[in-house]
Design a protein around this ligand. Structure first.
Ligand SMILES: [Fe+2]
Length: 578
C-alpha cells in the first residue's frame, strides 16, 4: 500500500511517500529548485520520492493533500463577504486544489483519468498533529500544532492513542501565535519569509521590558489566547501572502497596523541599526510567546493527563520555548517533528491516511531525519571529476572511514572550517550532520569567522552544537533527547567557556543530540573530536550560503569553492584547498 503525501501551493512545498506504513522518502521542493521555502507544485520532490521507493505513479494507491478548503467554511464565507480580495485569493487556491489530480498527471505526462489512486484531503492542522504523533515513539500522547495559519485555523490540540488522533480544540483565524510572532518580526525590521528565527536569537540580548504591553497584544483566555486585533491588519485584509509561484520565495504583506508604533514607538527599518530597545522588544515578544505557548501546554497536560507531548507547526520550531517545556509543564517527554513547519504536512497527511483512514496499526518511529536524496560513490566521484578541482589547486583523497574521521577531526581542531556531506539529505530545515558545515566549538572567534567567510548572517544569531547523546547531561542542564535540534537548553555554567562558539549569549545552546544508531558516521566524527580534544561537541551549521541547504554533491562543491571553506568531506573523499 503506497501513500503519497503532497504539500502543494503553500510555503515549503514538499512530498513524502509511505509504503506499508513506513516512511521511505520525504523532501522539500526547495532542495531541487533552489528557491528557499518554495511553494507551487512539488513535481521534483514527488519524482524523487517515487524513485527512492522504486515506484511509478501507477503504483500509488492513495494521494493525500494536507488542506481542506471546506474546513471552517462558515467562517471563511463570513470573511469572504467582508473582504472581496480575500475571497478572490481563496477561490484561486480552491481552483488549484481541485486540480491536484490534473497537476500530478501533467507533471508525469499521463492521462488524469488513468490515475488509479484515491485522492484525500486532510485538514492542515490535523496533518501537523499527525506528522508529530505518528512519527513519535509514543503509543499515546498529547498533541499540539501551532503556526501562522492553515485551513483558517492557527492552532489545534488533541490526543493520540495508537492509530487514532482525537482533536479536542482549535483556534480559528484571525487569532494566531504564529502571525503574532511574524507581525512583531516585521515591526522589528526583519521582513523576509522565515525571519522569525533571527528575532528569537536577538531576544537573548534584551530584557522583557515591554512584557506588559505584549500581554495586552496577546491575551490569554482560559483554553488559549486572543490577539488584540487593533494592532494587526490581517483580520481586515486577509493575510496577504503570495506563494502560488513555484519559482519564488513566499512574500507576506505587512501584518502589524499603525496602532503598534503608536504604542511601542517607531518600527525599525531593515537597514537601521539594532538598538537596545529592539532587543528588549524581541525579548518581550519571546517572553509573551512562551507564557501563552507553555500555558497551552500546561492546560493540555492537565486535560489529557498524559506524560508525553508531540509538537508541530511553525511555532514548534521555537527551540527556546521548547527547552522550557520539561521545567514548566507536567510533560516528561517531548517529540517535535523535524519538519515541524509546513513541509512536514506531506508526511503527516500520508500517515493520517495509513492510520486514521485505513485503520492500520503503528509500526514506524522517525528516529532520524535522513529521508532525502543520497548519492553513490560513483556519482560523487563524477561530481568531483566534473568540477576539475585539481586544476583549481585542490587536493583530493579517497580514504577509509577511520583515516577520514581522524583527518576531519584534525582539520576541525586546527580551527579550520569543514564542509561535511554524507548520506541522505535531512528532512526539515536543520542540517543534522549530513549536509552540515562543522567547526571547532572551543574557539570563541569561530562564530565571527564563519559569518565573515561563509554564512554572512547577522552576528547576533547563534550557531548550534551537535553533541554525543550520551554526553548531553554532562554538558547541558537537561539530557532529554533533541535529535532534530528543536530544543535549546542551558549549557552547564562550568562548561560554557569550553564550548563558547555554539553557546548563545544567554548561556543556552540549540543542541542536536547525536546517537550512534541515528547517524553512525557523524557520531564517530564527534567521538574522534572528543578523543583528540576532550570535547564531545562540534559546532554545526547548515551547508549553504543564503540559499536552500545543498542537496547534490555538485552544490556542495560549488558552495565550497564559492566561500572560504577550508576543506570538504564528500562521502569518502576529502578535498582540501591548497
Ligand atoms: Fe502550518
Amino acid at each position: 500500500m503506497n501513500i503519497l503525501g503532497i504539500n502543494a501551493y503553500h510555503g515549503n512545498a514538499s512530498a513524502a511517500i509511505v509504503c506499508d506504513g513506513r516512511l521511505i522518502a520525504a523532501v522539500e521542493e526547495e532542495r531541487f529548485n533552489r528557491v528557499k521555502y518554495a511553494a507551487g507544485f512539488p513535481a521534483a520532490a514527488i519524482r524523487y520520492c517515487l524513485k527512492e521507493a522504486g515506484l511509478t505513479l501507477a503504483d500509488v494507491d492513495h494521494v493525500v493533500v494536507p488542506r481542506n478548503p471546506y474546513a471552517r467554511l462558515g467562517t471563511k464565507l463570513l470573511y469572504a463577504m467582508r473582504m472581496p480580495s480575500f475571497a478572490r485569493e481563496r477561490l484561486k487556491v480552491l481552483a488549484k486544489f481541485t486540480g491536484i489530480r490534473e497537476a500530478l498527471a501533467a507533471a508525469f505526462d499521463v492521462d488524469p483519468e488513468k490515475l488509479k489512486a484515491t485522492f484525500h484531503r486532510v485538514e492542515h492542522h490535523v496533518a501537523h498533529l499527525a506528522s508529530a504523533f505518528y512519527c513519535s515513539p509514543f503509543e499515546e500522547a498529547a498533541l499540539l500544532s501551532a503556526d501562522g495559519l492553515g485551513d483558517f485555523a492557527s492552532s489545534m490540540w488533541g490526543a493520540g492513542f495508537g492509530p487514532r488522533i482525537d482533536v479536542h480544540g482549535a483556534i480559528a483565524f484571525p487569532h494566531s501565535l504564529g502571525l503574532y510572532y511574524t507581525a512583531i518580526t516585521q515591526y522589528l525590521g526583519f521582513l523576509k519569509f522565515g525571519d522569525e528565527y533571527k528575532v528569537m536569537g536577538l531576544g537573548a540580548y534584551g530584557e522583557p521590558e515591554f512584557l506588559e504591553k505584549f500581554r495586552e497584544i496577546v491575551r490569554s483566555n482560559g483554553t488559549g489566547f486572543q490577539l488584540a486585533l487593533q494592532y494587526f491588519t490581517h483580520h481586515r485584509t486577509g493575510p496577504e501572502m503570495s506563494w502560488a509561484e513555484a519559482d519564488k520565495t513566499p512574500v507576506l504583506g505587512q501584518l502589524f497596523s499603525e496602532e503598534l508604533p503608536k504604542h511601542l514607538g517607531p518600527a525599525r527599518e531593515p537597514e537601521q541599526a539594532i538598538e537596545q530597545r529592539h532587543k528588549n522588544l524581541a525579548s518581550s515578544l519571546q517572553a509573551r510567546l512562551e507564557e501563552v505557548y507553555l500555558g497551552m501546554l500546561r492546560q493540555l497536560a492537565a486535560e489529557t493527563q498524559m506524560k508525553s507531548v508531540c509538537l508541530a507547526g511553525g511555532v514548534a520550531f521555537n527551540c527556546v520555548a521548547n527547552g522550557k517545556i520539561l521545567d514548566t509543564t507536567l510533560f516528561e517527554n517531548v517529540y517535535v517533528h523535524p519538519a515541524a513547519g509546513d513541509a512536514g504536512l506531506a508526511v503527516g497527511a500520508a500517515f493520517y491516511v495509513w492510520h486514521q483512514v485505513l485503520r492500520n496499526r503503528r509500526s514506524f518511529v522517525m528516529e532520524h531525519a535522513y529521508w532525502g536524496p543520497g548519492f553513490s560513490v560513483e556519482e560523487t566521484r563524477q561530481a568531483i571529476d566534473a568540477a576539475k578541482l585539481t586544476q583549481g589547486g585542490c587536493a583530493i583523497a579517497q580514504m577509509g572511514e577511520e583515516t577520514l574521521l581522524e583527518q576531519a577531526a584534525k582539520i576541525i581542531g586546527e580551527g579550520k572550517i569543514l564542509g561535511w556531506f554524507q548520506g541522505r539529505a535531512e528532512w526539515g530545515p536543520r542540517a543534522l550532520g549530513n549536509r552540515s558545515i562543522v567547526a571547532d566549538p572551543r574557539r570563541p572567534e569561530m562564530k565571527e569567522i564563519l559569518n565573515r567567510r561563509i554564512k554572512h548572517r547577522e552576528i547576533f544569531r547563534p550557531f548550534a552544537p551537535s553533541i554525543l547523546a550520551e554526553a548531553t547531561g554532562e554538558w547541558f542542564e537537561k539530557a532529554h533527547p533533541s535529535p532534530f535540534m528543536t530544543m535549546a537548553y542551558s549549557v552547564r555554567p562550568e562548561k560554557r567557556d569550553k564550548i563558547p562558539a555554539p553557546t548563545h549569549v544567554d548561556g543556552t545552546g540549540r543542541l542536536q543530540t547525536v546517537t550512534k544508531t541515528a547517524n553512525p558516521r557523524y557520531w564517530k566524527l564527534i567521538k574522534e573530536i572528543e578523543r583528540q580534544t576532550g570535547v564531545p561537541v562540534v559546532l554545526n551549521t547548515s551547508f549553504n550560503d543564503n540559499e536552500p541547504i545543498v542537496c547534490k554533491p555538485q552544490e556542495a562543491i560549488d558552495c565550497f569553492l564559492r566561500t572560504q571553506m577550508d576543506a570538504l568531506v564528500l562521502g569518502d573523499f576529502l578535498i582540501t584547498k591548497s
